[in-house]
Design a binder for this molecule. Structure first.
Ligand SMILES: C[S@@+](CC[C@H](N)C(=O)[O-])C[C@H]1O[C@@H](n2cnc3c(N)ncnc32)[C@H](O)[C@@H]1O
Length: 224
């Protein structure tokens, strides 16, 4: 059951709504929560709160990120899906599209499968983001690659995936502490952006995600 009524307004990003500072997506599976988020009704539609402390994509929007390539019919390759928190909001956006959710840890994957079972546009893949060739036969098309793996060499892993799949857009969540705890996070973000530029990708934006996520940035790239 939804908790309360509130005034929900569209944002300039398709499928993303707001009520004051709160971000929301329209729930593809009314009455079902994924991570304890609040549900709200308005005019016969149900919206899920999109919590920026729990989702780097929501944090990117709250930090006024200006690129949002997701469209209703996009196909998204999501590397590092964990138990499906952010992928479930991406799933809300893709009413005619699909999100391929790649996760390496069996325990997280079990929870992810539970979310995918009730969301027909989410495909769970137990796999390794560092081996995009192994994923290719399961991924029909990728318009956007979104990566949040929190392991070493995040930009290198992402670059390899962008090489393997001809996605026009990429969004890379970088956790500085996964690279080098002794290094200034700003240097790590700059080096990641430089690596992607050397790959021939255009870096559109690097957005720090504090205070929602400490020492994290979202890098948005486009293939021109
Ligand atoms: C920070 S969590 C992702 C959270 C998720 N993106 C969200 O916002 O809901 C990082 C996840 O990446 C997974 N991961 C790490 N290395 C990976 C790899 N090589 N391939 C696939 N998943 C990986 C971890 O097991 C973990 O579940």
């Amino acid at each position: 059951m939804s908790e309360a009524k509130l005034r929900v307004e569209p944002t300039s990003f398709p499928g993303v709504f707001r009520s004051g500072d709160m971000l929301l997506t329209q729930n593809l599976t009314p009455g079902r929560r994924v991570y304890g988020e609040r549900l709200f009704d308005q005019e016969g539609k149900e919206y899920r709160e999109w919590v920026p402390d729990r989702s780097k994509l929501a944090a990117y929007i709250r930090k006024r990120g200006s690129f949002f390539p997701f469209k209703a019919d996009s196909h998204v390759l999501y590397l590092g899906a964990s138990s499906g928190t952010t992928p479930s909001h991406v799933s809300d956006l893709l009413t005619e599209g699909r999100v391929y959710c790649v996760e390496i840890a069996p325990r997280m994957f079990r929870d992810l499968v539970g979310v995918c079972e009730i969301r027909s546009n989410m495909m769970p893949i137990l796999g390794d983001a560092t081996k995009p060739d192994d994923l290719a036969f399961l991924v029909e098309r990728a318009d956007i690659i979104y990566q949040d793996v929190a392991q070493k060499n995040q930009a290198g892993i992402f670059a390899r995936a962008m090489r393997r799949f001809p996605a026009r857009w990429g969004m890379l969540a970088v956790k500085a502490r996964s690279e080098d705890v002794t290094k200034d996070p700003e240097v790590i973000f700059r080096e990641a952006a430089e690596l992607l530029t050397k790959e021939g990708l255009t870096v559109r934006e690097v957005v720090g995600l504090e205070p929602f996520e400490k020492d994290h940035a979202m890098i948005v790239v486009e293939r021109e």
